[in-house]
Structure formats: C-alpha cells, structure tokens
Design a protein around this ligand. Structure first.
Ligand code: PMT
Length: 221
C-alpha cells in the first residue's frame, strides 16, 4: 500500500535471457544480464512481498529473501511461471524470452563440414500473452525492448497482451537496456498515460516501478 509496503503480496518476477539449444554445446540467446529483473525482485522482497524469481541463466547472486527458480529455455520458463501464477498478486516480466527456438536441436555436436548451415526456427509460446489470457485479478506488468518506434510497439504489446502497465526501453540508447547498470524507460498504461524517466540506476528504477504497481493495486481495491 502507501509508502511502498508490499507485505502479504505475492510477486512473481522473471529475469535474464533464455537459451535455446542448437546442439549439446551451442545455443541461441540474447544479451540480458538479469540486472533489471533481479533489482525488481530484490526491492519487492525488501518491501515485504513474498517474491518468486524465475530466472534464465545469469551471473548474478540470488537476491536475499527471494525464492528462485532457475530455468534455461522459454518452454521451461513458461512451465515455471504457470506453476506460480494462480495465487499471484503481481507479475513483472523483465525476462528477455527467446521468440524462436531451433525446431530440431541436433543430438550430437554439429560437425564443421558445409560452407553454409541453415537452422530452422519455430516460434516459442508468448508467456506474457498467455498470462494476459488467464489473468483473474493479477496485476500484469510487461517490458518492451525496442530498437525503433518505442511507444508504438510498446503500446501494441500492452494492448495485445492485456497488461496493466508496460515498461518500454529503447535498447539502442547508451545507458539503457541490456547489461547496463542504468535504464531509460517510459511507463505506459491502458488509459493512454505515458511517464518518462531519464537515465536512472536499475535499483532506483525498480523502486519507481514498484511504487507505480502499489498505486495500481490500491486504486483497484
Ligand atoms: O537483463 P538486463 O541486462 O538488466 O536488461 C534488461 C532488459 C533489456 C532485458 C529489460 O529491461 C527488458 O526490456 N526486458 C524485456 C525484454 C524482451 O524480451 O522484450 P520483448 O519486447 O521482446 O517482449 C515483451 C514482453 O513479453 C516482455 O515482458 C517479455 O518478457 C515477454 N515475452 C516475450 C516473448 C515471449 N515468448 N514470452 C514473453 O513472455
């Protein structure tokens, strides 16, 4: 409630990248470090929430007081998230989930033979869109990592995935997005409001995002 206390709230946070196997020694992934999602999980726990962090592979230490579920692939992240979703109050999806996986990962290491190698990729399920379909009172917060048309693409995701708020970051800006200790974001809401934040430490931004979530929770009840 007011003042940022989150005692009694169950908050599910996802963080980090997913990895999609090509063969037993190689994978497709992205540059997510997990810093943004871990900052949100750590801050929510510090404010008294019951926090579950579903995380792809990262180098980060698990935040104190947080229950951590480690996953590798988008399919594993989906299963872990769905297992926790029903009794959640809030879900924050900061993870960078691979949109595609290799259709048929090789059982053995692929040998270097031909000059070209083609991989067929198939679409992964969209975890957040699935939560948007299933939600029954859970507050759903997504992220949007964009390289162009930030607000347009983020608003489209907010609407299409049935979210209560989306955190839009232009990942081409220095000091924003993947790997950095800071981020530059716009918060978008279904009523059309947009709030902008210049370069801000991810820890501080985590507090701001949770403040906004608390306002939305309060206004709803
Ligand atoms: O981890 P850091 O290095 O700190 O970097 C932070 C970040 C850039 C990863 C983070 O700020 C961020 O933008 N996270 C979302 C990255 C992303 O995959 O965005 P997207 O626009 O592709 O996806 C939109 C939303 O749908 C996200 O909430 C994503 O978790 C979710 N999604 C996407 C695809 C999919 N198959 N399932 C999903 O749930």
């Amino acid at each position: 409630g007011a003042g940022g206390g989150m005692a009694g709230r169950k908050v599910l946070v996802t963080a980090g990248p997913t990895r999609e196997a090509i063969d037993p020694v190689r994978y497709i992934s992205n540059h997510s470090s997990g810093k943004m999602g871990y900052a949100i999980a750590r801050t929510a726990a510090a404010r008294g929430a019951d926090v579950v962090l579903v995380t792809g592979p990262t180098e980060l230490a698990p935040p104190p007081g947080v229950r951590v579920a480690r996953v590798e692939t988008a399919a594993e992240m989906m299963a872990a998230v769905l297992a926790e979703f029903d009794d959640c109050d809030v879900v924050v999806k900061a993870a960078a989930v691979a949109d595609y996986r290799v259709q048929a990962p090789a059982g053995q290491k692929i040998k270097k033979r031909d000059d070209e190698l083609a991989l067929t990729l198939v679409k992964n399920p969209d975890i957040l869109a699935e939560l948007g379909r299933r939600k029954q009172g859970q507050l759903l917060v997504g992220f949007a990592a964009e390289t162009e048309e930030l607000v347009g693409h983020a608003r489209d995701k907010l609407t299409r995935k049935n979210l209560d708020m989306i955190v839009a970051n232009d990942v081409t800006l220095p000091g924003a997005g993947f790997g950095a200790d800071t981020n530059i974001v716009k918060l978008l809401y279904p009523d059309g409001r947009v709030e902008e934040y210049g370069r801000t430490a991810k820890d501080e931004l985590a507090g701001i995002i949770l403040d906004k979530i608390c306002v939305l929770l309060t206004n709803r009840h």
